[in-house]
Design a protein around this ligand. Structure first.
Ligand SMILES: *[C@@H]1O[C@H](CO)[C@@H](O)[C@H](O)[C@H]1NC(C)=O
Ligand SMILES: *[C@@H]1O[C@H](CO)[C@@H](O)[C@H](O)[C@H]1NC(C)=O
Length: 581
């Protein structure tokens, strides 16, 4: 708070002098650590300084004037009982809600001027909520924010990133700046497909149900061989008898990181075999130097696009190929979010199958990214993200103090996205053992979970006390099939699993709902959770069997109602249609 008073005084002083002089004296040399780790985060090793000539784009996220305005507006337009339900905001309205104080601008600008950052390399997004400094040399960036950027390599995955273990800002700026990105986030988004591993599966043979839409042969093939195909999913989630109309306003976006891209030939083969259509296609949008080689498809991107199309065809699809910047200087999520929020037309539904551990991101970075998801929601975009594949956490999960702590995933811990866990089998559907779930350590329980989560916690009692944050946002929200999907890769069929596939399945179904709303002249659903936890609940199949072991424990159990394994359950499209008004 003291910093705030000093800075306001200096701005006042400037004003009093009629703008003739710069602020009396700005203590730019009086810096203080903004964020730092005690040591290089686990699994990353330094490769030394980046090659000379490496440049970096920095986002400086400023604190908004009205702290809660964006989130309040988001809930108004997302809560079915509110008079402004689905009256989504324009980009200008969102920018207005998150605009910083004028003095925040002045201070930050005079600091950048002091460091000789030319105004031509500074641009603004969201009405000035974020400043982007483009093409700084790493040396310049080191001086500006007291950082020591180095190239770090992930010991298992080989990915390289340019990050700093800590950074500082002048004390006078701490109150005004939320965070600078990328700095200390040691994260590598992981694809959420699942390496086959031993799992206890229920016997599916012979449990055949005759229901509308599902050709008998598909049902029995599922029952006999136990794998998942589009006809099975369309029967199970009740989209098979619905004939969507393709509308240019209703696009389904599939996000790609890590250089992943899909292949059109595989998509065609897949859609011919399982949907009996031969014109399935997607548009590719390349961001930040992202590539696209249609002849070399990647498994993750193929899975995502094939199962999004399986559910939502003939809805138009966009695949985002996101680049990593020079030597890995960019933050994947920040790059994609800043890009998409800057577009005139944003897809009404978005599927993201990449996740990492919340704990390797600072709380401020998590808030910056999460607020951008809130902006998407306020604009009327439904965002579906994977809950990850590690159950309650990978490995032993023992903290420095020797305690077990479950590991929540990000962006799933953000309250303003809809998180998708995994199931398998049917009649009944049960939780997939790897389904990610738990509680955020950064974001508190959102209002839409105020009944669902305490009910679960009451049932859990004192079990796992201290292993998780019982006031945190509960993960996931919803679930879908996630084991043994037929996909095409390089012309051949193979079988894949993971919440990576569950996510585009749910996104496809939501996209059908959004398309239907638009076709009858209505606004789309936007941020789904207040609806899902309210009247949408009647349209979900509750999953009450299975659990998500991890961290050397049995994990949480799926029970009646919400649980941190399968959320509220799996979707029923026809019933969802019935709960829209
Ligand atoms: C997993 O399955 C393989 C082959 O079915 C078996 O040999 C192995 O013991 C199993 N491992 C565990 C941990 O159950
Ligand atoms: C638990 O969550 C709350 C709300 O997000 C947070 O303020 C608190 O620091 C968290 N506690 C731990 C130990 O992470």
């Amino acid at each position: 708070m003291r910093c705030h008073c000093i800075s306001v005084l200096s701005v006042l002083a400037t004003g009093l002098l009629g703008g003739l002089a710069k602020p009396l004296s700005q203590p730019w040399d009086d810096t203080h650590i903004k964020h730092s780790w005690n040591a290089v985060p686990k699994n990353w090793v330094s490769q030394g300084r980046p090659p000379s000539g490496t440049t970096i784009d920095l986002y400086i996220a400023l604190k908004p004037h009205r702290e809660n305005a964006l989130i309040n507006a988001l809930y108004e337009v997302s809560e079915p009982a509110h008079p402004r339900y689905r009256a989504h905001l324009t980009k200008e309205q969102v920018a207005d809600l998150v605009a910083p104080r004028p003095e925040t601008f002045e201070l930050v600008n005079s600091w950048l001027e002091h460091h000789g950052i030319s105004s031509s390399s500074i641009s603004m997004t969201h009405g000035g909520n974020t400043l982007k400094l483009k093409g700084l040399s790493v040396t310049q960036a080191n001086t500006l924010i007291g950082a020591s950027y180095q190239v770090y390599r992930h010991v298992e995955r080989g990915e390289t990133i340019v990050r700093t273990v800590g950074y500082s800002l002048p004390r006078a700026l701490h109150w005004h700046v939320l965070t600078v990105v990328p700095t200390t986030s040691f994260v590598s988004p992981r694809t959420q497909w699942q390496t086959p591993r031993n799992r206890s599966r229920r016997e599916t043979v012979g449990r055949v149900k005759s229901a509308s839409g599902e050709p008998a042969t598909m049902l029995s093939s599922r029952a006999k061989v136990g794998y998942v195909t589009p006809p099975f999913l369309r029967w199970l989630y009740d989209t098979a008898t619905y004939a969507p109309i393709a509308m240019s306003e209703n696009v389904l976006g599939v996000v790609g990181f890590l250089g992943d891209n899909p292949g059109p030939a595989d998509l065609l083969a897949f859609m011919r075999k399982y949907r009996d259509v031969d014109d399935a296609m997607y548009e590719v949008v390349k961001i930040n130097g992202g590539g696209y080689d249609p002849t070399h498809p990647h498994k993750e991107a193929n899975m995502n696009i094939q199962y999004a199309e399986a559910m939502a065809y003939p809805t138009p699809h966009i695949f985002y190929s996101t680049g990593k910047g020079q030597s890995g200087t960019s933050d994947w999520f920040a790059t994609w979010l800043e890009y998409v929020l800057d577009q005139e037309d944003i897809p009404r539904t978005i599927s993201i199958s990449y996740a990492y551990e919340e704990r390797y991101l600072s709380r401020e970075d998590a808030i910056y990214l999460c607020d951008m998801f809130a902006k998407l929601g306020a604009l009327g975009v439904s965002v579906l993200v994977s809950s990850a594949n590690d159950g309650v956490g990978e490995g032993a999960c023992v903290t420095e103090s020797g305690m077990v702590r479950f590991i929540p995933p990000f962006p799933g811990s953000c309250p303003y996205v809809t998180v998708v866990g995994g199931t398998t089998d049917y009649e009944p559907e049960v939780a997939a053992v790897f389904s990610g779930g738990g509680f955020s350590d950064y974001f508190k329980r959102p209002p839409y979970q105020r009944q669902a989560v305490p009910t679960f916690l009451k049932d859990l009692g004192s079990r796992y006390q201290g292993f998780y944050n019982d006031s945190g946002r509960g993960i996931p929200d919803i679930a879908a099939q996630s084991i043994d999907f037929q996909i095409f890769l390089n012309g051949r069929e193979q079988r894949e699993s993971g919440t990576s596939i569950a996510t585009p399945v749910v996104a496809g179904i939501i996209s059908l709902l959004n398309g239907w709303l638009i076709s009858v002249g209505q606004d789309p659903l936007g941020f789904l959770n207040p609806w899902l936890y309210g009247r949408g609940l009647a349209a979900l199949n509750d999953i009450t069997e299975g659990s998500n072991p991890g961290c050397g424990t049995d994990g949480f159990s799926a029970i009646a109602g919400w649980d941190p394994v399968t959320g509220l359950g799996t979707p029923n499209f026809r019933k969802m249609l019935g709960q829209l008004f």
